[in-house]
Structures are given as C-alpha cells and as structure tokens.
Design a binder for this molecule. Structure first.
Ligand code: TYD
Ligand code: MG
Length: 468
C-alpha cells in the first residue's frame, strides 16, 4: 500500500525536504517551508502491463509552420517571435503593479477583433476589469470576461463548446485545484494548476497566457518548475518613477529571447514606444561630466542609452561600487583594466554606475561606454556630446569588436550623433550614406587619452589619438 506521507516544500524555491525546518537549506529563506500532502508514490518500474504503441513521424513534416496569432501590438508581437502559437503556454512575470494585467487586457482586446478571446481573473472583480477596459478604450471589445479561481470550473467551461483561440489567466497564483489540500499560491497549487491549464491549452489548441507574480529575489513566485512547463517566459519590468516598461523574453520555444518590447504607461494604458532610443535619451544633459551614450543592441533592434558614472573620494576601507542596470562584476573588470593597463587609480574612490531611465543592459559591448562614463567622471570632463561609444574591453586592455556595428552607427546617426568611438577590429566601414565619423580605437588607453586628465601625461585634450 502506498503510504500517505507529508513532505515539506519551500515556497520560495520549491525544494522538498523530509522534515520541517525554519530555514530552507537550498535557498536560505526563513519560514518558507510548508507541509504538503505527498501524492501516493507511484509503483516502481513499469510492471508487466502493455502500454499503447506510439507512432513515429518523420522530422520533415508538412504541417511545420505553426499558426501564429499576431495581436497587432508590434512591441508585443516582436517579443513573442511574431505572435502567439496555437496550443502554447506563455508566462508573463513581473512585480505587482507594473502593468501585467493592463498589458494582457490590451492584448486580449486587440486579439478579440479577429478571434474569440477570454480573460479569466482571479485577482479582480468583473466591475474592476470593466472599469479598466473602459479606461483603456476597450469597453466594446468582445472579450469574454470571468472572475474564477477554480481550475476545475475553468477546465469544464473551456472543454465544452467551441474553444477560444486565446485565454488569459490572471494570475496563476490565485488558481487552485480542489484535489490538493494546500492553499492557492503555494508551490504545489501553482504547479498543479499550471499543469492542468497547459494540458488543456494543448488539447484544445488555444494560446494560454499566464500571469505570474515575482518574488523578492526576482524569480516568478512559485517554483522554477513553472518556467520549465511553459513554452515561453516573459518578464515585464520597469522602475518606479519611470513610465516606460520593457517586456523581455527569457525563454521562448517559438522565437528569439533577446528581443525587447518597450511601452510607456499612460493614463490610458500602455502605448508602444517604436523609438526607445529617443525616450531613453530624452532627459540627457550633454554638458555634465560622467555620462556616455552607449549604442547598444536589444535583439534585432539598436537602442541608445545613457550610461552615468559618479566617482567620489571614499571614506571606506573598501570603496563602494554600486551599479544599477548593469552587471557589477563587469564594472569591477572594467575598473581593474583601467587601473592595471591604463594607470587610472580608482582605489580609494567610490564608483557609482547607473543606466539612465531604468534600463537594464546585458551586452559586454557596453564596456567602452562604461569606461567612458567612468573616465569622464574621474577627469571631471564631459564626454563629447555628439559621440556614441560601443566596444568590448578585454583583460589585456584591448578593445574588441562587437556585433552589428553598422546598425548601431545608423541608429546613432538617426538620433543626431555625428561621431562614434568604436573598436578598430570587426567594425567595418561606417554604413553608406550615414555621415557619422568613426574614431576607431584598438586599446582602452586610446580612450583614456581622449579624456586627458587624470592621466599623469598631462592635458591631452579631445580628441587626441595615441599611437598604439
Ligand atoms: P496592473 O496592470 O494592475 O499591474 P499588475 O497586473 O502588474 O499588478 O497596473 C497597475 C498600475 O498601472 C497602477 O499603478 C495604475 C497604472 N495604470 C496606469 O497608469 N494607467 C492605466 O491606464 C492603467 C489601467 C493602469
Ligand atoms: Mg494584475
């Protein structure tokens, strides 16, 4: 007989323990372990009963092209890889209040023009959603609306009659399966609810959009397992105090993951930002030392952002390095190269780095712009106002080529920049027709020379080329 044992599951990371403890050994979280009823254990091995015979089909099938359902909201469609795929399940995560419900209601409203769509909310009452829809100008959109939290009810409803083409479930943490004892939002419930809904989506062929809340450490609440179960994971992010929001793909079985969609939250919902560079540079003051414009790439799209640095004398034995929007380890590396290869002494000084506008950058191509911002701050000289920078910095102090230089330069030219500081190698010629002047540098010391101070060599002025 199967024994009905209890098991103890961490609600933060999903780790399972045989007995309760105050602190999860796996993730270090306190008071996160909750008792759950283990399912009767499955019989070991397969036994002698015959299973059904599965059929193999050739890899080269004729029905290869999955049907895509585009919402017409270009920023959303780009991130999903050209629209939603039938029978797929996507998870949209993000901090509370960031605008997940707003975005998915807008997507539902946009889809409802062409296909049947339902929006199931476990968080808000019908009246609240209607109010929001009216505010978004979607009051008349033919979206089927329901307030429900029982997965059994949802499954029964969606199994009967014609299935909609898209189903939004807001949020997975409010859903529950009545065969489990644990409360909604616990790991077991989130996992079981998601599993039922995903199977339903596959069976009925609709696109499932799940909303997921995000925990303190930034992962989607409930277990990581959720991320493995779905076909795509997207994060909706933004900073308080900033109106713009970025939808970022983390996993996508049907498209690229490096694309971003940029939106602005307004009084009438989210509007698309077709030209993010202009938005990110809107508040730039080019006469302040400690800033450099990075010509970056987000997926297929070039995006210019301002990188700001502040270098201040430190009273601390270990000077502070604080980074917002970039990888702190990467900053430490750039500072070490500046120190070791270029003789820029930053020990004893605090360094703060900020990607303006609340944007988050992952590209190593930002190294050069980061170094530029730090050098500008350290020398108290503004970086050239009309120049963008990009390039990866190697540990030897060399500046390495990065991908898509032509696209970066074209975007910079489009936004009125006339110069670029870029790697000499892998750079190619500036794109035809753009009147951007490229200063190609091979070593980080070339950039240092452009700022003159604080090099012991004295005032070098801008722009001065050093022989490599
Ligand atoms: P919401 O979509 O409810 O966030 P989430 O589902 O991620 O928790 O967004 C709530 C925030 O968005 C709230 O602070 C108000 C703001 N908002 C607007 O600024 N304009 C709008 O048109 C709407 C609908 C919301
Ligand atoms: Mg919500």
């Amino acid at each position: 007989m199967a024994r009905q044992a209890s098991r103890y599951v961490c609600q933060e990371c999903g780790a399972v323990f045989p007995k309760w403890s105050g602190r999860c050994d796996a993730c270090g979280e306190w008071n996160s372990i909750v008792e759950e009823q283990a399912r009767p254990s499955a019989p070991r091995g397969l036994g002698t009963r015959q299973g059904a015979v599965i059929e193999f089909v050739p890899l080269a099938g004729s029905d290869a092209d999955a049907r895509r359902l585009a919402s017409g909201i270009a920023e959303f469609d780009r991130v999903t890889g050209g629209g939603l795929v039938d029978g797929s399940a996507l998870l949209v995560g993000g901090d509370p209040g960031i605008g997940k419900s707003t975005m998915l209601l807008q997507v539902a409203g946009a889809l409802a023009g062409t296909v049947p769509v339902v929006y199931i909310s476990g968080e808000e009452a019908i009246d609240q959603i209607r109010l929001r829809a009216r505010r978004l100008g979607l009051g008349d959109a033919p979206v089927g609306l329901a307030a429900a939290t029982s997965v059994r009810d949802i499954a029964t409803t969606l199994e009967s009659g014609a299935a909609p083409r898209a189903v939004v479930v807001d949020s997975i943490q409010t859903m529950y399966v009545d065969t489990l004892e644990s409360a909604p939002g616990t790991v077991a419930q989130v996992r079981a609810s998601a599993q039922e809904l995903i199977q339903l989506a596959k069976r009925r062929g609709f696109c499932l959009l799940l909303v997921g809340h995000v925990t303190k450490d930034g992962s989607i609440a409930g277990p990581r397992v959720l991320e493995h179960m779905v076909d795509g994971v997207f994060y909706f992010e933004g900073k308080s105090g900033h109106e713009f929001r970025v939808l970022r793909g983390l996993k996508n079985r049907f498209g690229p993951t490096d694309e971003i969609g940029v939106f602005e939250m307004t009084g009438r919902g989210l509007i698309e930002v077709a030209n993010p560079s202009a938005l990110f540079l809107a508040e730039r003051r080019d006469d302040i030392p400690g800033a450099a414009v990075f010509a970056g790439m987000e997926g297929t799209r070039p995006v210019l952002v301002e990188i700001q640095a502040l270098v201040a004398p430190s009273p601390l034995a270990t000077p502070r390095r604080a980074v917002v929007g970039w990888d702190p380890a990467r900053l430490a590396m750039v500072l070490a190269v500046l120190e070791t290869r270029c003789g820029i002494g930053l020990a004893g000084r605090d360094v703060y780095l900020n990607v303006a506008g609340g944007m988050r950058i992952a590209e190593p191509a930002a190294d050069l712009a980061v170094a530029g911002a730090v050098l500008s701050a350290a020398s108290d000289r503004p970086a050239p106002a009309d120049a963008v920078m990009f390039g990866e910095i190697g540990l030897g102090g060399e500046v390495r080529g990065v991908g898509r230089p032509a696209l970066r330069l074209r975007e910079a030219a489009k936004l009125g920049f006339s110069r670029a500081i870029a790697p000499a190698r892998g750079n190619g010629e500036p794109p035809a027709g753009s009147d951007i002047q490229v200063t190609q540098i091979e070593r980080l010391s070339d950039l240092v020379a452009m700022f003159g101070a604080p090099l012991p060599a004295g005032d070098a002025g801008w722009p001065r080329r050093r022989e490599a």
